[in-house]
Design a binder for this molecule. Structure first.
Ligand SMILES: [Mn+2]
Length: 319
């Protein structure tokens, strides 16, 4: 039944999908998982079972998803996320083989190295997509980005804005739009992206939604700010970031409106280590991920208040 390509819904995923399609030189069907899900649903798994070859880019799906797919299809993964090396598929992920994450700031860079692609706009957008201004802290890649800016008379500011425009599609939950972009992003210049009317309209919608959410903030104790919303948009990480950065306090945001049956919970702190909390919620069986200072969880709607209570207690230092 031919091949199919699965990619992450963000700029790095979209640009990686474009680069792989271009390299394969064939029209290949592409999909992104249900936006917000870092795994494949049963329906998605069933649909994929019919394909001979499955390519996955910039998406660290659970190993049991991959294992199941590999029983009926030839699976190839290109990625740069931290994950275990999988010897039962074609696994092209230098980080899984021990390379440092800083040396692979995007999946587009993995593809660039693997296929010896030029450092073109899509490769750079992948890097800026995953790192934004933080790329300044990565000396080697900041130089690569600056060289690109010189050569194409653009700026880091413009590249970051281009990334926000591309990412506006997934933030508004526009799965179809996301899946179309890999087919034409290769023909867009940086100015085409910056001037795209649809995407600029998207950004305005998102901006209004974020402001509306920030107006609902509530102080809990002296060092915690909380926002509890019901938004159909995937904007929780941006709201949490702005809440934390504007107040300097621990921030907890709950969105009960993005998934029909689940809530999103997002936590950001500048003073605590959330690793234990992440581990604890994982051991309770919840879908949780994060880094020492950021936590994201997707929990069934009827467990939301209970999980939020645990988070708040943790942040108040009672645990
Ligand atoms: Mn990525």
């Amino acid at each position: 039944m031919g091949d199919i390509l699965i990619h992450h819904w963000d700029t790095d995923g979209i640009c990686s999908a474009h680069l792989l399609m271009k390299h394969l030189g064939e029209k290949i069907r592409n999909i992104t998982p249900q936006i917000g899900n870092y795994y494949l649903t049963d329906e998605e798994m069933d649909m994929l079972g019919g394909f001979d070859g499955i390519f996955i880019v910039d998406m660290a799906l659970p190993e049991d998803n991959i294992k199941r797919l590999s029983r009926s299809s030839e699976v190839t993964v290109y990625d740069h996320h931290v994950q275990s090396y999988m010897d039962f598929i074609h696994h092209i992920n230098p980080v899984a083989k021990g390379s440092r994450q800083e040396d692979y700031p995007s999946c587009t860079w993995v593809l660039k190295e693997h296929f010896k692609i030029d450092t073109d706009l899509q490769v750079i957008l992948g890097i800026i997509g995953d790192n934004e201004h933080k790329i300044k802290e990565n000396r080697r890649f900041y130089e690569i980005v600056m060289k690109f800016c010189d050569r194409f008379s653009t700026t880091l500011e413009d590249l970051v804005r281009a990334v926000h425009l591309i990412d506006s599609n997934y933030k508004l939950g526009k799965k179809d739009a996301v899946e179309k972009i890999p087919h034409y992003i290769g023909e867009m210049s940086i100015d085409d992206i910056l001037n795209c009317e649809d995407w600029n309209r998207n950004l305005e919608t998102i901006e209004k939604e974020i402001e509306r959410a920030l107006n609902k903030r509530q102080s809990v104790g002296k060092n915690l700010e909380m926002i509890d919303i019901e938004s159909p948009y995937n904007v929780i990480s941006e709201i949490t970031r702005r809440l934390a950065w504007s107040t300097g306090k621990n921030a907890v945001v709950i969105n009960r409106g993005f998934f029909p049956d689940k809530s999103q919970i997002y936590v950001r702190t500048s003073t605590m280590d959330l690793s234990n909390l992440i581990g604890k919620l994982k051991s309770m069986g919840y879908n949780v991920g994060g880094k020492p200072r950021v936590l994201g969880a997707i929990v069934p709607k009827n467990s939301t208040d209970m999980v939020v209570n645990k988070v708040v207690k943790f942040l108040e230092g009672e645990n």
